[in-house]
Design a binder for this molecule. Structure first.
Ligand code: NDP
Length: 250
């Protein structure tokens, strides 16, 4: 139903996990996709191969999205290859299993830079392109944690996920005159490496049992991204779409 034929998408952190799932879903809907990664080249190439097997173009770019010069170089490469960018998904992110007693300023700075500063840098570069095109879609991958707080004291992670929602609402106002929408997806528990590292296998089972619809899949988040990226979502902006199986009701 939602076609992304002819669109070019960048999904940050799409070598693994939710980002990879979104990249594949966008390709299945007809988009060409830029696969970005930080260090895991093999996983990024695997994702690109899956996209190509679906008949779409894939471009793999290594860039730490928390570093301004690397972000600028990535966008320049995208423009050189495709000459346009229609969809940006700010997905790259990380976490750490520390509460306020255990964390120090270096921990705080690292999580803020990776999860939040990256979204500002990539959105700025995307806005420069999309405002000229007079169309575009920007999607932040926030979290249920950004709405109800983290369960185990991860204040740095929670601050970034709430911060992405604030950025979404504010950027939506700036972007609207250019026919660009800006939205967030707030996933609940999705079984990725990040989730397993932060919570462990046993804890994950307990958490799954606490959610009415259990743990979510990569496809659940991918479908939400396809909708928000589509023409049909043209009147949706500044919104946070909960995809959490009943984890949190607002
Ligand atoms: P994973 O750890 O499975 O994957 C993280 C991805 O981000 C990898 O592709 C990694 O690249 C990339 N990445 C990390 N740091 C950078 C960086 N500095 N520059 C570029 N790429 C980077 O995480 P998830 O898939 O679980 O999480 C993805 C997003 O979803 C995050 O924003 C997270 O907060 C959010 N989220 C996750 C939930 C979950 O339950 N899993 C729930 C709610 C939100 P590489 O492979 O090269 O390391």
């Amino acid at each position: 139903m939602f076609s992304l034929k002819g669109k070019v998408a960048l999904v940050t952190g799409s070598s693994r996990g939710i980002g990879r799932g979104i990249a594949i879903s966008l390709a299945e809907a007809g988009a060409d996709v830029v696969v970005n990664y930080a260090g895991n080249a093999k996983a990024a190439e695997e994702c690109a191969d899956i996209i190509r097997s679906k008949g779409q173009k894939a471009l793999v770019i290594q860039a730490d999205v928390s570093e301004e010069d690397q972000v600028k170089a990535m966008f320049a490469e995208i423009m050189k290859e495709f000459g346009r960018l229609d969809i940006l998904v700010n997905n790259a992110g990380t976490s750490q299993d520390k509460d306020i007693f255990a964390m120090d300023k270096a921990d705080w700075d690292r999580i803020i830079k990776t999860n939040l500063t990256s979204g500002m840098l990539c959105s700025k570069s995307a806005m420069e392109i999309m405002s000229e095109q007079k169309c575009g879609r920007i999607i932040f991958i926030s979290s249920v944690v950004g709405e109800r707080g983290a369960l185990y004291g991860h204040i740095h992670y929670a601050a970034t996920k709430s911060g992405q929602i604030g950025m979404t609402k504010t950027l939506a106002r700036t972007a609207a005159p250019y026919n660009i929408t800006v939205n967030a997806i707030a996933p609940g528990f999705i079984a990725t490496e990040l989730f397993l590292q932060t919570h462990g296998e046993e804890e994950m089972k307990k958490l799954a049992a606490s959610v009415p619809l259990g743990i979510g899949s990569l496809e659940d988040i991918g479908a939400a991204a396809v909708y928000l990226a589509s023409d049909e979502a043209r009147y949706v902006t500044g919104a946070t779409l909960d995809v959490n199986g009943g984890n949190n009701f607002r």
